[in-house]
Design a protein around this ligand. Structure first.
Ligand code: GBH
Length: 488
């Protein structure tokens, strides 16, 4: 029999890896179990519960602390190559420091890792996904330069405990969200809202802390453990509306992704020139005695440059940049937004998910990957998050369309020579979506927050993703049978 050639089915390269991701505070629960101490999200949700959309918190979340075997079962159902999760600093080091290691917390991660490895699912472990020990926050958190030591001590403990089995490490998840949203704005804990100052102090310290952890791994652990380690940055694509907006769009990109990518991945290192120039000029005009953007020493520039084995990228959406004199937005002065001095928006005709910022713009993904290839000498790229939000429900055709669209764009980029090696769907399952609580759902599996077990049920997208992973291909016509999920 002749098998009809299907030109619209696209294959992924043989070496391509598929996974899903979660983060400790978003799924673990067990917020005070077995000696765990509070982090900044425990603190925020307990002291100001309705700063969260549905006044909810991560006290129990998905109860993954107890349900990890079910989590691994889902990974097996999907046929994943790897699973990305993060460690809770407070669970491993209840004093925040390495003077006391919490055996029960360590046991939880050992159980999870060992259960995954039993089925050949590789762990990809994030050291820091936003749940800073509250004690360290009380001492200034990421604005205190001593955090470089605090973080690298913690990192060393993690490498010692788990590095025999964990071969993929991510130091920090999305420094931009940590610093700009947490210290500059009030969009993440600790909601400091000292824009244009605290965010930049955080920027410097988090980059140095990341680099120090990288070098500790590189020198003390890599020789015997042989893994890779890098950082994950968040970036949307910023598209100029007209020819006149090209420079402005580039400035926005430099203040967003470039802020962290330039110090690590460029040839010269350091913050992007446009950022240094603009903030220095504004600071001087505003009467500051020095730039609000702190400087790196030459030694720090060198230590940070090249401190990532891959470019970890979380990408969800895009925006447009334009100059529009008639609708100029007035920003606070000083502030990060005022320092950028640009205007971005998402056209109303862009459709998207339940999160207001999440528009379905696959071509933006393609352009961003191309930009990374051009600006940073084609580094290996790990997509460490990409995904879509709904308000719940098992029939998530819009999520399926989004994932297929973005994977198509990714394949386009690979065909043009981008070195994308890994794709991670956010998320394995619904979870605590930060300030949005449980109102926005990103899971391939739906989680029932009314049930004591936090029952997980595969959505249609889980079946489709499973087929993508199994076939290592994208078939736009594939319609899954969603009656029963199996482990193949
Ligand atoms: C990730 O952050 C987090 O790592 C994860 O914990 C979280 O649950 C998940 O996303 C879903 O929110 O420039 O157009 O992309 C992503 C944070 C929020 C970063 C929106 C970019 C601006 C819109 N992103 N933000 S855009």
């Amino acid at each position: 029999t002749v098998i009809e050639a299907r030109h619209d089915v696209r294959k992924f390269p043989d070496w391509f890896q598929f996974g899903t991701a979660t983060a400790s505070y978003q799924v673990e629960g067990a917020w005070d179990a077995d000696g765990k101490t509070p982090n900044i999200w425990d603190h925020l949700t307990h002291n100001d519960p309705c700063s969260i959309e549905d006044c909810q918190n991560g006290d129990i979340a998905n109860d993954s602390y107890n349900q990890y075997k079910r989590d691994v079962e889902m990974m097996r159902e999907l046929g994943l190559d790897f699973y990305r999760f993060s460690l809770s600093w407070n669970r491993i080091l209840p004093t925040s420091f390495p003077d006391k290691i919490n055996e029960a917390g360590v046991q939880y991660y050992n159980n999870l890792i060992n259960e995954m490895l039993k089925y050949n699912i590789q762990p990809m472990v994030t050291l820091y996904h936003w749940d800073l020990p509250q004690k360290l926050q009380d001492m200034g958190g990421w604005t205190n330069p001593h955090i470089v030591d605090w973080f690298s001590d913690y990192a060393r403990v993690a490498f010692e405990l788990f590095g025999d089995r964990v071969k993929n490490w991510i130091t920090i998840n999305e420094p931009r969200e940590v610093c700009i949203q947490g210290y500059g704005e009030d969009q993440k804990a600790p909601k400091l809202k000292i824009s244009g100052v605290a965010d930049y102090l955080c920027d410097k310290n988090i980059l140095v802390a990341h680099a120090k952890a990288y070098h500790i791994y590189d020198k003390e652990f890599r020789p015997s453990q042989g893994g890779t380690i890098g950082i994950t940055l968040s970036a949307g694509w910023v598209e100029p509306e007209t020819e006149n907006d090209i420079e402005m769009a580039e400035t926005v990109r430099q203040f967003e992704m470039g802020q962290y990518a330039h110090p690590i991945f460029s040839k010269t290192g350091d913050f992007p020139p446009v950022m240094k120039e603009r903030i220095a000029a504004k600071s001087a005009a505003q009467g500051f005695k020095r730039s609000r953007l702190p400087e790196f020493t030459p030694e720090e520039v060198e230590m940070i440059r090249g401190s990532s084995d891959f470019f970890g990228l979380n990408h969800y959406s895009s925006s447009m940049a334009h100059k529009n004199e008639s609708s100029v937005v007035q920003y606070d002065v000083p502030s990060y937004s005022d320092d950028i001095g640009a205007q971005t928006y998402q056209p109303t005709h862009w459709s998207g998910g339940a999160s207001f910022w999440l528009k379905d713009v696959p071509w933006g993904f393609y352009k961003l990957l191309t930009k990374i290839r051009e600006d940073y000498d084609n580094p290996p790229v790990f997509i460490t998050e990409n995904g879509y939000s709904t308000r719940g429900g098992l029939n998530d055709d819009d999520r399926i369309a989004y994932i297929r669209g973005y994977l198509n764009a990714l394949l386009d980029a690979i065909e043009e020579g981008c070195d994308v090696q890994v794709y991670t769907a956010w998320s394995l399952m619904d979870n605590f979506e930060w300030l949005m609580g449980y109102t926005e759902r990103f899971g391939l599996y739906e989680v029932d927050y009314e049930s004591p077990q936090r029952t997980r049920t595969p959505r249609k997208s889980a079946f489709v993703y499973k087929e993508i992973v199994r076939s290592r291909a994208l078939d736009p016509h594939y319609e899954p049978d969603t009656t029963v999920m199996t482990i193949d």
